[in-house]
Design a protein around this ligand. Structure first.
Ligand SMILES: C[S@@+](CC[C@H](N)C(=O)[O-])C[C@H]1O[C@@H](n2cnc3c(N)ncnc32)[C@H](O)[C@@H]1O
Length: 248
């Protein structure tokens, strides 16, 4: 089993990954970010939506939102979050390497470092190609992740995050001359410790921009955070946006 297929990783570490603080921050970002302001009623696909941290606030804005994820259990949680917020969203259990809905969306989002998971670089590019094929002409893809440049500014000693009833120790290791990284997570609760690790590609802005262009996107732009600041020394994240051409 590849690491991303392990539901225990996503649900076991959900206190960190899908925390109430993240939900609060995502709702704020969706409500205020100029990068996430789309025409009313836009059809939005949330690739790798997890438990709907972004899906629910997007639906709340009135966008016709669909979340896709590999894990049915996470989608079930996302559906509950939407029901509690009294908003509607569609959910599809699928692998992003396979999910394509030709021309069905105005916007495709891939958020919170949900990209670069596959060992074969072609498969990561294929995710961008699927997004391109799923967009209507003029539609946009936005990918948000920790880039090589932003990662370099904070990778170092292990970090400890408090969670209800315990803590998670996170240690990052850079691999293959900065092509990839491994994150090792240990969750300690009482006398028990659980360990998981994930390995992911890490891209520079130039590398991800080139992949967008290879996948067919035009007008590719990079931003340094959700306030649409430039991707420069003050960047906190890498957000890349590309457009599907209006004419073939
Ligand atoms: C870091 S989480 C981010 C979830 C969500 N975007 C958020 O902001 O909370 C990554 C998600 O990718 C999903 N995932 C991993 N591999 C996948 C695949 N091959 N196809 C679809 N989803 C996948 C996981 O189940 C997980 O929910």
């Amino acid at each position: 089993m590849d690491w991303y297929e392990d539901l225990n990783l996503w649900s076991g570490f959900s206190a960190v990954l899908f925390s109430p603080e993240r939900e609060r921050r995502a709702a704020e970002v969706v409500a205020t970010s100029p990068l996430l302001a789309f025409p009313p009623g836009s059809r939005v696909l949330d690739q790798c939506c997890g438990v709907g941290v972004f899906t629910a606030p997007l639906a709340q804005q009135g966008y016709r939102t669909t979340g896709v994820d590999l894990h049915a259990e996470l989608l079930d949680r996302a559906a509950v979050v939407c029901a509690e917020a009294k908003v509607e969203a569609a959910f599809v259990q699928a692998d992003v390497r396979e999910y394509v809905a030709p021309g069905a969306y105005d916007v495709v989002l891939n958020l919170y470092t949900s990209f670069g998971y596959f060992e074969d670089p072609e498969e990561n590019l294929h995710v961008l190609r699927n997004a391109h094929a799923s967009l209507a002409p003029g539609g946009r893809l936005i990918v948000d992740l920790l880039s090589k440049e932003t990662y370099a500014s904070w990778v170092g000693p292990p970090k400890i995050v408090d969670i209800p009833g315990g803590m998670v120790v996170m240690r990052d290791t850079i691999l293959d001359d900065w092509s990839r990284y491994r994150t090792d997570w240990t969750m300690v609760r009482g006398n028990t410790a659980e360990h998981s690790s994930l390995t992911c590609y890490v891209y520079s802005a130039t590398e991800l921009r080139a992949m967008f262009e290879q996948a067919g996107f035009e007008s590719v732009e990079c931003f340094g955070d959700w306030d649409a600041r430039p991707y420069d020394g003050g960047a906190n994240r890498l957000i890349v946006r590309g457009t599907r051409a209006r004419t073939a």
